[in-house]
Ligand binder design. Structure first.
Ligand code: ADP
Ligand code: ZN
Length: 435
């Protein structure tokens, strides 16, 4: 059952009318209160009155991550600071952190969005939820925390790290739900193996995984190891955090909380809008936030949207699993490569572990992609020849499907550093040497 059928199953026409009203309110709100938007809209010759249908949003200019950085920390905030009750920020590993201020109402709406997600995953009172997302400025921890409390299940706000303790508490507290990044779920599963605890024997039932790209093959690997149903949750700090979109039991794409966000797909090169069904960059507009509602925010995430009747009864459009971010996309001798594509192919080969790293180097004018992947102990026990054979099988498979030549290195179990949050999959050494 949807948490909020009235919204989640709203007839399409009513949704469009609702979105238009909220969009107009929001555009007027930022025009009046945020000089950045006022100047931008003036420059583009557009105004609230131009919004006659939701599609008219395409006439408005985009907002990009650098706009947020240029106005760090609160230059895009549309309310006075005494109305801001919370601030989150994204990691900022690639520059100044990106901040996200919330009014009391914004926090309530965010909670509503994540609560819908939890309900869709079958989380209910009586569940014991181990929330292993980082609690703090990162939106994952507190984003889930609020919704867990709203549903009224038992909340274990353990946060990230201390993996041995994660496993013991999972067992001792009889956790039924685990929230973390998919890569950290694997780290926890491995630690349990080392502790001779079989998670499959524990009551754990559901995993709520997001914050980084993961393939369906990775999902199957995690489900097989932990004996759980692994569900996808999507979001980004700039728009609120987790809960922008969530999977339902149909598990065929994630429903976007469309009464809160308008989703578009654009061609990342030309920035022209693309119709539903085509793959491109996801652009989101927050239509109910008040502290920092972003207009046409380019997420850099690559996906496609579908608006087809879903067996769950929800009418919200669905986005396909993210294939990657434009800034994670590698161009290897002219071919576009997303790490998640390589991940899927690696997991097709029996005996390999879902632990890998892509290292890119330059040799002369050519790019060289080195795929480092861990193999299970069984492969190592069979000696060098076997490892070479597996490496060749991986390289053939990748060449066959993606048309690129790669060099494959088979690593022993537990060789790569384990992730507690977002996994680092790519090491691009090209710009470092020739930049
Ligand atoms: P940062 O930009 O520092 O990574 P965020 O924590 O806000 O900060 O990350 C948001 C990004 O994480 C999204 O834009 C997307 O690339 C990725 N992401 C979040 N959830 C998912 C998911 N379920 N699947 C794939 N990628 C995701
Ligand atoms: Zn559905």
């Amino acid at each position: 059952m949807p948490w909020n059928s009235e919204c989640e199953c709203i007839p399409e026409k009513e949704l469009a009318a609702f979105q238009l009203e909220k969009l107009r309110d929001t555009v007027a709100w930022v025009t009046e209160r945020v000089p950045f938007y006022r100047q931008k809209f003036d420059g583009a010759g557009v105004a609230t009155a131009d919004l006659k249908t939701v599609e008219d949003i395409a006439r408005f200019p985009f907002t990009v991550k650098n706009d947020l950085r240029d106005h760090y920390p609160f230059g895009l905030c549309a309310v006075p600071m005494d109305e801001v009750v919370r601030v989150h920020a994204s990691s900022g590993t690639t520059g100044k952190p990106v901040t996200s201020p919330y009014t009391r109402g914004d926090v309530a709406q965010w909670t509503e969005c994540v609560t819908r997600a939890l309900a869709a995953y079958g989380v209910r009172p009586g569940d014991v939820v181990q929330n292993a997302y980082s609690h703090g400025l990162f939106t994952g921890g507190l984003g889930l925390h609020q919704a867990i409390s709203r549903i009224g299940c038992t909340n274990i706000p353990i946060g990230t790290g201390s993996t041995e303790r994660q496993v013991s508490l999972m067992r001792d507290f009889r956790a039924t739900v685990l929230c973390c990044t998919p890569s950290y779920a694997l780290t926890i599963a491995e630690k349990a193996d080392q502790m001779n605890i079989d998670i499959k024997d524990l009551p754990l039932r559901v995993g709520i995984f997001g914050a980084e790209p993961w393939s369906d093959e990775m999902r199957r690997a995690i489900e097989g190891r932990m004996g759980i149903t692994a569900m996808d949750i999507f979001g980004l700090t700039e728009l609120c955090g987790p809960g922008v979109a969530y999977e339902c039991s149909a598990r065929s794409g994630s429903h976007i909380n469309e009464d809160h966000f308008i989703a578009e797909i654009v061609d990342p090169a030309t920035l022209e809008p693309l119709p539903f069904g085509e793959k491109g960059e996801l652009v989101l507009t927050a239509i109910q936030r008040r502290a920092m509602p972003l207009i046409r925010y380019r997420t850099k995430d690559i996906t496609r949207l579908v608006r087809k009747r879903c067996s769950c009864g929800r009418t919200f459009a669905r986005m396909e699993r993210i294939s990657g971010r434009t800034d994670d996309m590698l161009i290897i001798n002219g071919v576009n490569v997303f790490p998640s594509q390589v991940e899927s192919l690696l997991l097709d080969i029996p005996g390999l572990e879902p632990q890998y790293r892509l290292v890119v180097k330059k040799r002369g004018y050519l790019d060289r992609l080195i795929v480092q992947v861990e193999a299970g102990q069984a492969i190592f026990d069979q000696g060098r020849e076997k490892q070479y054979a597996v490496a060749a099988a991986v390289a053939d498979h990748i060449r066959g499907v993606m048309g690129i030549r790669v060099h494959v290195e088979i690593l022993p179990p537990l060789f790569l550093e384990r992730s507690e949050g977002k996994a680092l999959r790519v090491v691009d050494e090209r710009s470092a040497r020739f930049g």
